[in-house]
Design a protein around this ligand. Sequence first.
Ligand code: GRF
Length: 209
Amino acid sequence: MRDVLASADVTAMRLALFASHGGTNLQAILDACVDGTIKAEPVLMIGNNSKATAFERARKLGIKTVHLSSHTHPDPNDLDGATLAALQGASVDFVALAGYMKKLGPKTVDAFRNRIVNIHPGLLPEYGGPGMYGRAIYEKVLTTGASEAGATIHLVDEQYDHGRVLAERRVAVLEGDTPQSLEQRVRSVEHALYVDTLRRIAEGEVVLG
Ligand code: GRF
C-alpha cells in the first residue's frame, strides 16, 4: 500500500467507500471528491445489501461497485478474504465506512490498520459498542438525561466503535426532543463532519499512526 499520508505533496488517495443503505454520507463524500474539496479518487464502493440506494449513487459516477455479503460468501472468513481482495485489486489506499452496518473481518482490518474510518451517529465511547446504532443511541441519550448528543469519526479496529476518535460534532439536546428529532439534528451535522475530516486526512493534517 502506498504511504499516501506521509508527505504534504500527496497524489490523490484511492478511496473505497462501504455503505449498506441510503448512502447520504457516501453522496456527500463523493460530491466533495468531485468538486476537489477532498483530494481523493473514489475507486470502489462495497455494499452488503444489493438493494441499497448507495449502489446507484456510486454507479451514477462510474465508480466500480461490488456486492459482498453473507449471501455471496456464507463463510465469514471467505467474506473477509473477498473484501480484502476487492480492496487490493482496486489498489485502494484508504477506506471510509459510510453507514456500513457490518463488522469488517480481521484480515481486512489488519491489512488496512489506521487506514479505515467510520462515522458513528453518537458520541464515543459513551454511546458506542454492540447494540448502539440508530434510534437506540438517541433513546439512551434521552433516558439518561444527557445534555448533548453528536456524531463521531473514528478509526476502525476489531471492536465495534472502538478505534481512536479523530473528530466529533456535538449537538445540544433540546427540551421536548424525541429520538426522531435528535436523530435528525445529528444527521444534519454528519455530512460536513465527514467531508471535513476526510479532507484533513487526505491533506495529511491528521496523523493516523
Ligand atoms: C448515519 O447515521 C451514520 O452515522 C451511520 O449510519 C447512517 C447512515 O446514513 N453509521 P446514510 O446511509 O449515510 O444516509
